[in-house]
Design a protein around this ligand. Structure first.
Ligand code: HEM
Length: 512
């Protein structure tokens, strides 16, 4: 756990945006009615920009070396990401501005920290328009961890849509998900029930359960079995060490880019100033590789036979999808979701319980992807949690050509090659789109509120969009939200109430 503290997920969890404050449930009435926002993924941004006043992008990169290091210290130490972006937005009176983002000087000489930050919903949508932006090697900005972490190959998430291999690999991920949908719900429920059994037994012994490590065990088993068709129980070394191996692997790759809350001068000198060699985690990576080679044969063969991939490309991409995308993403998202529900004091739990019981009773066999269609409140709570706390906060894209970027009130000239950096937590609190944007409104996406799903961007695309080989939207856009809704539903099949926060569950009252 010591190293995991330095990972993205731990840092993010300690560094959550301001906690979701609940408000009285009400139907959402969004200011959208008075706005004329374009369809987020439409390539018409330049045409729209032409009707807005052209403005020079405010902000500067500062003196060479001094500007980047000062911004880096603000980002990691003096302000933290949220105040960093908010204060610059306020200072420049603009949702589009120039700044530096880490990593930077002194030891990241080949990384250019200069970005154009975009923090409103309308300008953020330009990041999804693959005609005007490219996504080659910009998953984490201008910094890319060594390919040594991914078996010396550039995996799907680092490829631009113009690279033919992106289509092969994206279609492979979409196929794995389609194939896994036959067992997804059953594996999720079986492993989730084990997770809650452990939590209950810990509460009865200690009065509380710090559930994060149990949650990661649940995720590792559930995802291995559903995505890879491989049961970790068949390989005791992987079964015991899988989650820790992935945490270390993620932590070392991401360390230069994520805030770590510890004694900051030491963090800045020792953790944020260097890249770490992938050799430090290659032993664990190799074990995962052999595990998939031996126990995930069917999936690997599909990669080779249906998508023209080599066995090693299939396996390296499977490790990334399982470890980085799926395990990493859920490890960030689920504690927030559980915490949001478990800490609610507004009567939301009773309303969720009633909806779940009405739609699918109290037997786990009543739960299915299909049953979710009738659970509007459950789904809306999942969406609202993703809006308030997008698990992946930063999305980057590089201008493929010169174009004009439109915010709500201005147009800006973007030059080919400039790096755009979207900060989601602010974009998702855009008052031009979301009514009372800083409040957690459980019913926001119910009924007519569903129209707002076109502005929910956690998956690097609108929630109404579809992941395809031609875009960079999360392959599991629907699987993630449906799984989260199933988890909420299962909680209220098992329990009448649950208390706690994003780090611990302190009490559960079993359902009658
Ligand atoms: C809560 C869980 C998850 C979150 C928050 C999440 C989020 C994201 C985001 C933000 C991106 C775009 C990154 C970028 O280009 O800037 C992405 C891409 C991707 N995600 Fe997810 N994801 C999650 C779960 C999953 C799962 C379960 C899978 C399993 C297949 C998956 C597969 C992918 C793939 C393959 C891509 C790359 C898409 C491409 O390159 O076109 N994700 N995800």
């Amino acid at each position: 756990m010591a190293m995991a503290t330095a990972t993205m997920m731990m840092s993010r969890m300690m560094n959550m945006p301001p906690s979701s404050s609940s408000s009285t449930p009400s139907s959402s009435s969004s200011p959208l009615a008075t706005q004329s926002l374009s369809t987020p993924s439409s390539p018409s941004s330049s045409r729209q920009a032409s009707s807005l006043p052209l403005r020079t992008i405010p902000g500067s990169y500062g003196w060479p070396l001094v500007g980047p290091i000062s911004d880096r210290l603000d980002y990691f130490w003096f302000q933290g990401p949220d105040i960093f972006f908010r204060s610059r937005m306020e200072k420049h009176k603009s949702t589009v501005f120039r700044t530096n983002v880490p990593p930077s000087f002194p030891f990241f000489l080949r990384v250019n920290p200069n970005v154009v930050a975009i923090v409103d919903c309308k300008s953020f949508a330009h990041l999804f328009d693959m005609e005007i932006v490219e996504k080659k090697d910009v998953l984490l900005g201008d910094f890319m961890p060594s390919v040594g972490y991914t078996g010396n190959t550039r995996v799907c998430a680092y490829l631009d849509t113009s690279e033919p291999k992106h289509a092969q690999l994206k279609n492979f991920s979409l196929d794995i998900l389609k194939r896994s949908s036959k067992v997804w719900v059953a594996e999720l429920q079986a492993n989730l029930d084990k997770f809650f059994d452990t939590v209950e037994s810990e509460i009865s012994t200690n009065g509380t359960s710090s559930f994060f490590s149990h949650l990661q065990t649940f995720l590792f088993y559930f995802l291995s079995k559903s995505l890879l068709g491989a049961d970790p129980a068949l390989d005791p070394a992987v079964a015991n060490s899988g989650p820790l191996t992935i945490n270390l692997w993620l932590g070392l790759q991401l360390l230069p880019t994520v805030p770590v809350l510890a004694f900051q001068p030491l963090v800045e000198v020792f953790l944020h100033s260097y890249t770490y060699p992938s050799a430090l985690v290659s032993g664990g990576y190799q074990k995962l590789y052999s595990f998939i080679e031996r126990h995930g044969k069917e999936v690997v063969q599909r990669g080779e036979q249906e998508f023209g991939l080599s066995a090693s490309d299939s396996i390296n991409n499977l490790i990334f999808t399982l470890g980085f995308n799926a395990f990493g993403g859920f490890s960030l998202f689920l504690p927030t979701l559980i915490g949001t529900i478990a800490s609610d004091k507004t009567g939301l739990q009773a309303r969720l319980r009633d909806e779940v019981k009405r739609v699918c009773g109290s037997s786990s066999s009543g739960l299915s992807f299909d049953s979710l269609k009738d659970m509007e409140l459950v789904n809306s709570v999942v969406y609202e949690t993703l809006r308030m706390n997008p698990p992946v906060q930063l999305q980057y894209a590089r201008a493929r050509k010169d174009f004009q970027l439109a915010s709500h009130d201005s147009a800006f000239d973007i030059k080919k090659g400039e790096l755009l950096c979207g900060y989601q937590p602010l974009a998702m609190r855009d008052s031009n789109v979301f009514d009372e944007p800083e409040s957690f409104k459980p019913d926001r996406f119910v009924g007519k509120g569903k129209e707002l799903l076109s502005y929910l961007f956690w998956s690097n695309g609108p929630q109404t969009g579809s992941p395809t080989e031609s875009n960079k939207q999360c392959a599991a856009k629907d699987f993630v939200t449906m799984s989260a809704s199933l988890i909420v539903a299962r909680i209220f099949q098992r329990y009448d109430s649950i208390s706690g926060d994003s780090g611990k569950i302190t009490a559960v009252e079993k359902a009658n």
